[in-house]
Design a protein around this ligand. Sequence first.
Ligand code: SF4
Length: 278
Amino acid sequence: MRASRGPATCRGHSRLGPGTDFPYNAGGMISGREPIPPMPDPTRELARLERQVIACTRCARLLNYCRKVAIEKRRMYRDREYWGRPLPGFGDPQAQLLILGLAPAAHGGNRTGRMFTGDRSGDFLYRGLYESGFASQPTSVERGDGQRLRDCYITAALRCAPPLNKPLPPELRNCQPYLERELELLRRVRAVLALGRIAFDAYLRVLAERGGFPRRSTFRFAHGATFALPDGLPRLFCSYHPSQQNTQTGRLTRAMFQQVLQDIRSFLEGERVAPPGP
Ligand code: SF4
């Protein structure tokens, strides 16, 4: 079943503090306050959110780690200035596809300041996006390299690089309002691609907190799985995370990843997506 168009928003108002109240619910309807305000410009609001994310100080452990990595640096990047701060999302404010990763890599996003940029995971991801028409270039090297996403927006469950790529549950909780806010603002999203189980769980947690959502046990993460969600929510697609651990061992191949992107492309263009499994 094809999911109908509609944004996934969290229940109630934004949890990002004063000045960010956003009284629209999942259907784009007003949730009780009058008079009806004009819909905010998503590009401007995303830029505002970007500034908030970059300035975030909620997770001391992660901020300390990101700064430490940025000071010590990897030998091959010792002449480069590291970003060393939280990373905002990246992409097309009018995107129909939202890609949700785990977190920036210590010497990838945490170095370059852009999601999935400057590391092997990003090389794998952006090549796939380019080959399926969602990216303007097959590589993503650094901010300002000319890369542009088309109809696609990339974000992560956590916006600071965690030590050993292992976030703590309270850190994921701290970062969740930023994802909720992106889901509010990216109003054209019709497909969400979760890269890995942690991203999958983070997305379902946001939806579950809206209330009236099916039990978590209804959804089992598997590479290539897709789920038509209720209430006109975007269709959920799953892929293994393009970590080096997965791509170098063959757990995730280019062909496997391209098939997921092709399924998404077909869905967005109106074709039926084959059910997963044998
Ligand atoms: S992980 Fe998220 S909530 Fe924590 S400091 Fe970074 S941006 Fe802020």
